[in-house]
Design a protein around this ligand. Structure first.
Ligand SMILES: *[C@@H]1O[C@H](CO)[C@@H](O)[C@H](O)[C@H]1NC(C)=O
Ligand SMILES: *[C@@H]1O[C@H](CO)[C@@H](O)[C@H](O)[C@H]1NC(C)=O
Ligand SMILES: *[C@@H]1O[C@H](CO)[C@@H](O)[C@H](O)[C@H]1NC(C)=O
Ligand SMILES: *[C@@H]1O[C@H](CO)[C@@H](O)[C@H](O)[C@H]1NC(C)=O
Ligand SMILES: *[C@@H]1O[C@H](CO)[C@@H](O)[C@H](O)[C@H]1NC(C)=O
Length: 551
């Protein structure tokens, strides 16, 4: 998903408009006609559906900045029913990305969320523009692909074991990112401005009106969808009924294009995993006694840091045919092993159910068995289903995030300070940040962006936030910062491992969520919730699991 074009900084002719953000008058209610779903879900998805799901389609304006054109978009809605009386309304759930499908997650996990919310709310899912079957963001990259002579990624020794991000940008990422930006512009130049978070916030307001309940949004957003939630709450503060921001992306950091918070807690997340690993013992974690029976997390970090440093001093470039499924915009060739090692550790820190993959990856790194490492990488779950997935987007992450972002660069030099800033945030910056760099060369702008303040916002009901101090990508500090901007909001520090509170559940967090939605009770200040099980129990890690790998 990421390709190139030198010295090109065409800005889309689309004018960024400022619509009145606080217009919260209700829209004429469109009757929603709910029926049992008949959507063309792939078999693998259908098999995971355990309860009857209802579907409806809601017509919303295609372009809120040009209402007179009268063009509409049909939003697909799915509903999982409340299980208890009296019913208390609907909660919209959205899973993030940007580019994840709300329909897909709700039809599978909706029943779990109904239960978590206390049983009295229906849970509604929808696909934000760019995802699922709703204007899926797909760029034709065929025309821009070209063969590129392989360049070795040069590196200079750094005090932190990080690759030199400037070298990655100059030798490859600027080129490849420009290709993606060009391909997307060629494919979507007429519609590219219709994506973006402000329009999705308006779509959600339409859903709220069409539900015809009390006119207030009840929302549970995870990850990027917390930026969607913040945007809605800032644009329509008097339309917030309940809002749970689960694993918080700082909206300001997202819209700026900095993404600097994304690597700010990854080292802490890895450190916490090492703590759990040592506590689990050598039967479950093969490096629990790496430096002897007294092994400490810092010994494991130091050992991994040494491996990183070796790969910086003597870079290994991956073979051209290496499957870069995690970085679909990279052109083949010139991809450094270290970047992939870090990216794979980064992604496997997302949930305890990936602990086995994480350990396989770290074990191979610690023993410098790079052939084995590549095998472990390939063993990561990929869709084996021949059917197309429900979520048709291929470039939705960039299509949405880049249109939302204002920062553009004419040359790699224009990005130098941004790279220094990202680099200063933590040891995983080189593993994550290249993903977002194509945005600086994006050629289309969202027709609307929220550009107001993130401070001193009083919502019609206070927001609840929940965040783990061991989340690899959305640090707990962001939850506190967002909370500081929204009056009377409260943060629950959820001490489970990973990204998303349901990945490592805690009865205490779930109780707080229930009381918030059902009774309108905010958690006490300073609430901290411990998970019910250790990460190794939650991830169902089996003793001696590595024997199966034939290691
Ligand atoms: C607010 O929205 C309503 C209904 O769409 C519209 O009639 C009204 O003109 C809008 N107000 C402003 C200030 O744009
Ligand atoms: C993508 O672009 C190539 C080259 O311009 C063209 O041959 C092909 O038909 C396009 N594919 C689609 C799906 O439009
Ligand atoms: C790119 O390289 C491949 C493999 O080396 C070759 O088959 C193909 O013709 C090349 N394409 C272009 C456009 O040079
Ligand atoms: C680590 O634990 C394993 C399994 O209990 C044991 O065989 C091995 O000797 C231990 N190594 C060290 C250095 O303590
Ligand atoms: C903060 O918001 C309140 C309520 O909207 C308003 O009365 C007050 O003037 C605002 N304070 C600042 C410093 O903007």
């Amino acid at each position: 998903m990421w390709p190139l074009i030198a010295a090109f900084s065409l800005l889309s002719a689309t004018i960024v408009q400022a619509l009145p953000h606080t217009n919260s008058s209700h829209h004429p209610s469109t009757e929603l006609k709910w029926r049992p779903c008949n959507l063309p879900f792939p078999k693998s998805l259908r098999e995971q559906i355990t309860v009857p799901i209802d579907c409806a389609t809601l017509k919303v304006p295609l372009d809120y900045t040009k209402p007179k054109l009268g063009k509409t978009l049909g939003l697909q809605l799915v509903k999982v029913h409340a299980t208890k009386e009296p019913r208390k309304g609907s909660v919209i759930f959205n899973p993030g990305g940007p580019s994840s499908s709300g329909v897909e997650e709700v039809v599978v996990k909706g029943p779990k969320y109904v239960e978590t919310l206390g049983g009295q709310f229906d849970v509604i899912g929808f696909d934000p523009r760019g995802t699922g079957h709703t204007m899926p963001y797909i760029c034709n990259t065929t025309a821009v692909q070209e063969n590129k002579t392989e360049k070795k990624t040069r590196s200079t020794p750094a005090s932190l074991p990080q690759e030199n991000m400037w070298d990655i940008l100059k030798s490859k990422a600027w080129h490849d990112g420009g290709l993606l930006a060009t391909a997307c512009h060629q494919t979507l130049k007429d519609t590219g401005h219709l994506y973006g978070t402000a329009f999705v916030a308006r779509d959600m307001l339409r859903i709220v009106d069409a539900l015809n309940e009390d006119g207030k949004l009840r929302f549970w957003g995870r990850s990027y969808s917390t930026a969607l939630g913040q945007t809605f709450a800032a644009m329509f503060p008097d339309r917030v009924g309940r809002m749970l921001l689960d694993s918080v992306l700082l909206a300001d950091d997202y819209y700026s294009g900095n993404w600097a918070t994304s690597a700010a807690q990854t080292d802490a997340s890895l450190d916490h995993f090492f703590t759990e690993c040592i506590a689990a013992g050598p039967d479950l974690c093969p490096f629990a006694n790496f430096t002897g029976p007294d092994t400490k997390p810092k010994d494991l970090s130091a050992a991994l840091g040494k491996v990183y440093q070796e790969l910086i001093d003597k870079p290994i470039v991956l073979p051209k045919n290496y499957p870069t499924t995690t970085l679909p915009w990279w052109q083949p060739g010139g991809i450094s092993l270290l970047g992939q090692v870090k990216f794979s550790i980064f992604s496997a820190l997302y949930q305890p159910s990936s602990f086995t993959t994480l350990m396989a990856s770290i074990s191979a790194a610690l023993s410098r068995e790079w052939d084995l490492w590549m095998k472990a990488g390939e063993a990561e779950p990929t869709s084996s289903s021949p059917e197309p997935a429900w979520n048709l987007q291929q470039h939705g992450f960039h299509g949405i995030a880049c249109s939302d972002t204002k920062f553009r660069a004419k040359t790699p030099e224009d990005m130098y300070s941004l790279l220094q800033y990202q680099s200063s945030k933590g040891g995983f910056a080189d593993g994550f940040m290249p993903q977002v760099w194509p945005c600086t060369q994006w050629k289309m702008d969202a027709a609307e962006r929220y550009e107001g303040s993130w401070r001193n916002i009083t919502t019609s009901f206070p927001i609840m936030l929940a965040n783990s101090p061991f989340d690899p990508i959305t640090p707990v500090a962001s939850a506190f910062e967002v909370s500081a901007g929204f009056k009377d909001s409260r943060v629950v520090v959820h001490e489970g491992h990973g990204h998303g509170i349901m990945n490592h559940p805690s009865a205490c967090t779930i109780q707080a969520i229930k009381e918030y939605f059902s009774d309108g009770k905010l958690p006490e200040h300073g609430t901290r919730c411990k998970p019910d099980k250790t990460g190794f129990e939650e991830g169902k890690v089996k003793p001696q699991w590595w024997e199966k790998l034939g290691v």
